[in-house]
Write a protein that binds this ligand. Structure first.
Ligand SMILES: [Ca+2]
Ligand SMILES: [Ca+2]
Ligand SMILES: [Ca+2]
Ligand SMILES: [Ca+2]
Length: 395
């Protein structure tokens, strides 16, 4: 809950200027409550394995600009609308209501669960039994292959569902939760982060349990990716503080990756650039292996710029790139929405701009395609839309 609250409060601070557009106190309170859920959605798990474009709803091999729109309605379920710009036709795909933002709400966890090459719209449902930690949670998946909905009971309300990826390598996402709280006791943290992976290769008849990472204030941030390129997701985290354990200290500012191709090997890679930043999932050199990567704001005089950093897995080269801005008065920032928008197998730097939008409040994807170059795509509205491609860790 500690990290969760951090996320929530970070997001409230970042988004607070938006609230100026509304005047009623009750509406502010209402909106603030919803921002908790909005921030949960920042942690949207956007993708399965990195060898395919994430958020590819139409299956053409390119990431599609996509936003989730909250239908503000004080008395109804506040449905979550999925607005997707299909890259294959450059047309709006059918707008689908799937999930709801009403507390405790649904968290978007899109991935390719049925393995047909198209990302499936999906949510993680907390509070099915009226809320409260310790309750059974569910993955609801709208299968792209046949339009049917799967209801998969997995995890509990206080679990973190964002690590859902294809761990067993069958091409289908495996519902995954990472647990730090004892069921029914949302105060006391477990000593280790415990990963519960429900395996699709056995049609969800088997699961894998692994302890990896700490739950306390070590600032271990679990991350997604296939770092060894064997098409199976690896257990991975970024550690921001030193951790003393079993008489040994594991130092901070390192990625720790348990490589699936070498089951007992944990690789540690120092990377200071993820400190106070977002950990980014991407394959920036296109070799099929996730690269160590992060992004954050750097001050340059009066201005703030969004910078991206990564280590190319192919040759170990370090790359730093400026792409994205802060609002001049720091009220808002570009959100990181990396993906493979041009479909060349190389992650493109991209941001979702939520400021200086003009009177119609339309939002824009700014994409620097590794093949197609820079382009701007209008998609979404400033509020209450959120880009689906936002990544797990604090932006
Ligand atoms: Ca699918
Ligand atoms: Ca799988
Ligand atoms: Ca790579
Ligand atoms: Ca690309």
């Amino acid at each position: 809950m500690h990290n969760l609250l951090n996320r929530v409060f970070t997001g409230i601070r970042l988004n607070f200027p938006i609230l100026r557009y509304f005047t009623s106190r009750s509406f502010l309170r209402y909106l603030a409550a919803n921002f908790i859920l909005i921030l949960l959605s920042i942690a949207i798990a956007a993708q399965t394995a990195t060898y395919r474009a994430p958020l590819d709803f139409d299956g053409d091999g390119k990431t599609d600009p996509a936003v989730a729109r909250i239908i503000i309605d004080l008395h109804e379920r506040q449905p979550l609308q999925w607005w997707i710009l299909g890259s294959a036709t450059n047309q709006t795909m059918p707008v689908i209501n799937f999930g709801a933002f009403r507390f405790p709400g649904h968290i978007p966890i899109p991935a390719d669960y049925d393995g047909d090459g198209k990302t499936d719209i999906a949510v993680f449902l907390r509070g099915a039994n009226g809320g409260g930690d310790g309750n059974q949670a569910f993955f609801y998946v709208l299968r792209s292959s046949d339009g049917q909905v799967d209801y998969i009971a997995w995890g509990i309300d206080s679990d973190d569902p964002y690590l859902t990826q294809d761990f067993d390598g069958d091409g289908k996402a495996d519902p995954t939760v990472v647990r730090c709280y004892i069921p029914g006791n949302p105060i006391e943290v477990l000593p280790a982060r415990t990963w519960y992976i429900l395996e699709s290769r056995t049609n969800y008849q088997t699961y894998r349990v692994e302890e990896f990472g700490k739950c306390d204030a070590s600032r271990d941030r679990p991350i997604r990716g296939d770092f060894d390129g064997d098409r199976k997701a690896d257990l991975a985290l970024f550690r921001e503080l030193d951790v003393r354990e079993n008489g040994q200290t594991t130092p901070a500012n390192r990625f720790y990756i348990k490589l699936s191709s070498r089951r007992n090997t944990v690789r540690a890679v120092r990377f200071d650039y993820a400190q106070n930043g977002a950990v980014i999932e991407g394959d920036f050199d296109g070799d099929g292996k996730t690269d160590i990567a992060s992004a954050r704001t750097e001050q340059q005089g009066e201005s703030g710029y969004r910078w991206w950093y990564w280590i190319r897995s192919s040759d170990g080269r370090f790359v730093a790139k400026q792409f994205g801005l802060n609002h001049p008065n720091f009220a808002q920032i570009d959100l990181f929405v990396p993906g493979d928008y041009d479909g060349d197998g190389i992650t493109d730097t991209a941001v979702y701009r939520t400021f200086d939008l003009g009177p119609d409040r339309r939002a824009y994807f700014h994409i620097d395609g590794s093949r197609d170059g820079y382009r701007v795509v209008q998609w979404g509205l400033e509020l209450p839309d959120l880009p689906i491609a936002q990544y797990l860790f604090s932006q």
